[in-house]
Write a new protein. Sequence first.
Lengths: 370, 274, 270
Amino acid sequence: MPDRPMLSIENVSKYYGIYKALDDVSLQIGEGEFFSLLGPSGCGKTTLLRSIAGFDVPTNGEIRIDGVPCTLLPANRRPTNMVFQNYAIFPHLDVGENVAYGLKRLRLGAAEERKRVSDALDQVRLTGLDKRKANELSGGQRQRVALARALVMRPKVLLLDEPLSALDKKLREQMQVELRSLQKAVGITFILVTHDQYEALALSDRIAVMFGGRIAQIDTPKEIYQHPRTRKVADFLGGMNFLQAKLLGDHSGNVSVETSRFGTINLSKPQGFTAANGHVTVGIRPERLRLLWDEERAPHELTGRVENRAYFGEVTYLTIGVEGLEQPLSMVETNDYGADDLPIGAEIRLAYDPDAFVLLVEDEAVSRVG
Amino acid sequence: MISPTLLYALALLLVPVLLVIAYSFWTQNYLEIDRTFTFENYRLALTEPIYRDLFVRSLWISLLTSAITVGFSYPIAWYISFHGGVHKNLWLFLVTIPCWTSYLLRVMSWKVILGYGGVLNTGLMSAGIIDQPITSLLYNANAVVITLVHSWAAFAILPIYVSLQKIDRSLIEAARDLGDTPLRAFMRVTLPLSMPGVISAFLIVMIPTVGDYVTPKLVGGKDGVMIATAIQAQFGKGANWPLGAALSVTTMVLVSLAAAVIVLSLRYGVRRLR
Amino acid sequence: MLQRMRLLPFLPIYVAVYFVFLYLPILLLPVFSFNNAATTTFPLAGFTTKWYASLWGNTVLLEAARNSLMVGICVSLLSTTLGICAARAITRYRFRGQHPATGLIMAPLFLPEIIVAVSLLMITLQLGLELSLLTVILGQVVFCIPYSMSVLVSGFEGFDRSLEEASYDLGETAFGTFRRVTLPVVAPAIVSSLLVTFTISLDEFILAFFLSGTEPTLPVYIWGQLRFAAKLPAVLALGSLMIVASVLLLTTAEVLRRRAERRTQAALGH
């Protein structure tokens, strides 16, 4: 939890008729934090962002920015600024006029205004393009103009609504790096809405994963990837092998479970865990499984048969059928030793680390967190 | 936001039309209006031979006009949509320009062209193609149809063009890929998919032309008189508003029925193409 | 794909013939308006501008022109204002009863004009009002709103809500947003609508004929002159001027409409 919340969302709900776009969401975001709202479309992340910006009014709950309650404050009176998904560049104004749009109301004087505009354009590396017409800009340039137009207002919170989704892959990756360094340079709290888990992992200090109007988990990228709390979160952030297991012992901090092929495993208990009927789900990431070649031995190993193979250049994705497991295991292997040449049906041995397993909360049991 | 416009349309379109309908069930006694409900005006409108003839002729002319307009306009719309290149908007603009200029002046111009001593006759005579002026050009139903087809060309081209533009070109390629000749692909894919445009073109030409006043008056002569002249007469010197109202309502009902029949048969016809 | 159709080579010829048919009547009027003869016959009898000169001294005509101008300005302002309200509602919101409401507003496109004229005439006289230029204006507005709306809807359609949101987000008020974003972006469409509706009003005959009372507009004046064969050349000259005016107004409207379209599309990165 951040020491001093810049933004605090308390029990916010938004109903459209009987449809709950946001269902009792609470979270706190610190000053200077790069925070991502991650989830599939329709999960409520955009509604939450628009509630922070002031375009949607929550049905219940309170939003405070820098300690000031502003749930009902209109968008033009909030210390937030937004980068729109389609950038919303004013078509009748040139780049400079677009960036200066919000400054005009502050009556800073011509010199100060010019300076701020040119500083903002420098920041987004559009120096000298202030006379460009809106329809003469490339996709990447539009994005930069939208960014400069928001940053020049020196908001307390900058909101980004899928700002990179309209760009092609190469440009998107380049902009991710720039966005991250820009955020570090200006030190403003950024809130990013995205459905791209890699984008969220690469950019954020913390991520909130949302499903169905609720927050499923808030954590650092590493924590969320390595210790997803629920099956859905695990599934949304990359691949995961799910196994059914039987609960053997429930202690204060951890539990031990019995799996059909991986033996008895000790796992730490996630927040909110309750064992329903003695059955639990555990998961292990594909890259935590490793092929054993030739005479190599490992403390924990398993035999299986290659069912499928997909070549991805630097790595190969393998599907391994293991006797006694309902689902085949997926694993990813570098091609250094020839995983890309394994024939379908080949007998293999694989090694695993029991510490790599995570205990997952069933999604029905997800209650509020944060 | 729509409310001011809607209120305006209610007050100056719906209410007046309702008043016309109300009047059509009343009777005129000299300067007094007798508000007892009666079908007398409709009986008159439907049985009196002059009105019956006018209805039949008006419907026939509007039907013919819309069929010809749609038929002649379809290839133009198709050409612009499929071969208009980057200047589609310019093409459309050029098509619409003549239709935006004064309707009265265009009808007048046709009178000048088709008249006994008109452009066509004197032109053909001075070119030595004919010796005597052709008298059958002006003052008949044909002249009315020619003039109306000219007036309404753009109104037919635009809806057809819009529906052609909406057709995903890969659908036509798919039909070709599945073995259709270009003509068969056109008949089985393009034409059926452009049918909404054809239908609205038909309606947008047919319904207004049935009540056209200027064209029959100027180029129709005795054989080209249409129902609008009779309606106008009821509001002029021999004023009989209820009869005029009944004639107006009957015109609308008849043309709507005719339009419904056309729409249904066009839809049915297209289904047969598959 | 249809290049191989055998009919296709003839299509450009057909298109050319069609355009001749479309433009012939429009171009003939100016030709004869400069012809030094009182009849419209070939061969032409030599060049003159006397028919145009004769227009100037005609006070009745000038009065009609003044009426037309007045009516045209009022109609274009009123119908564009009402068109803006409706077009904005249609492109922006989905609401109950939208289809019947739009249908009613667009109905004049699908109605015989004489029925609109007759119904307005009846209600005016029923209410005991005098026929005047005011009744012409009110009637022509009904008829112009559908056209105004079509022009405006195409201009507003590309106008994305996010532009206004961006403006609020940057601290602008609702009024300021309208003044600094909404209005400038849709201005070309609005001007285009003004020009189109002005042109329609200028050329409109039926409603003016039924509703104008003793004050004729230009088309009503022309209608009156058509009975006199001797006045035909002067009418042709007047008609030619009106056609030129219409074409100029419409070309301007088209250029503006397309600029508006390009602009709104540019904003969305299409």
